[in-house]
Design a protein. Structure first.
Length: 179
């Protein structure tokens, strides 16, 4: 993982001035690691020699979450980071992850970060490209014990059953009607 990404994830929640002091901390980290930092709406764009990272902070309502996710999807970046709060009632990290993975079928790499520190960061589409895919090991079937041949007979409404099986009865739910 990129050193910049590791440091962005490790930033603690500031005591006051939440969005502005967060942006100041993120900008200082990016500048220290030789990234060119450009401001974008509700976030920052980190441009490095080999990678581009778009970061946005969102604590608003559900509509603002969807607008932020849409804006991040359109951003020209290799990795997209969404910083939220686990105290936010609008959309949880798990919901955002599900929306990105299942509904939008996102193919680019995403990181969802909880600024409160209560939840672990969630990574979407992060597989090392340098690793070769694992070769599927041939699975061996467990040795099954030889089953004794069971004589079957066709029963009414229940398909095939063993000859010595007790007859099946339908369960009756509720009370019977009285005549």
């Amino acid at each position: 993982m990129l050193p910049l990404l590791e440091k962005l994830i490790a930033v603690p929640k500031p005591a006051s001035g939440l969005p502005n002091s967060l942006f100041a901390q993120y900008e200082a980290i990016g500048s220290a690691l030789a990234y060119r930092v450009l401001p974008i709406e509700k976030g920052l764009l980190f441009i490095g020699k080999t990678s581009r990272i778009a970061l946005k902070v969102e604590f608003g309502n559900r509509w603002e979450f969807f607008n932020t996710i849409t804006a991040l999807r359109e951003a020209d970046a290799d990795i997209k980071v969404l910083v939220t709060s686990s105290n936010s009632k609008a959309m949880s990290m798990e919901t955002a992850y599900t929306v990105l993975k299942k509904k939008l079928e996102e193919k680019s790499r995403w990181v969802l970060v909880d600024i409160e520190g209560k939840k672990e960061p969630m990574f979407l589409n992060f597989r090392e490209k340098s690793r070769e895919p694992r070769a599927a090991a041939p699975r061996k079937k467990p040795a099954s014990k030889p089953k004794a041949e069971v004589e079957l007979k066709k029963s009414k409404n229940y398909g095939m059953q063993p000859v010595n099986a007790p007859p099946r009865r339908k369960k009756i739910y509720g009370k019977r009607k009285r005549k």
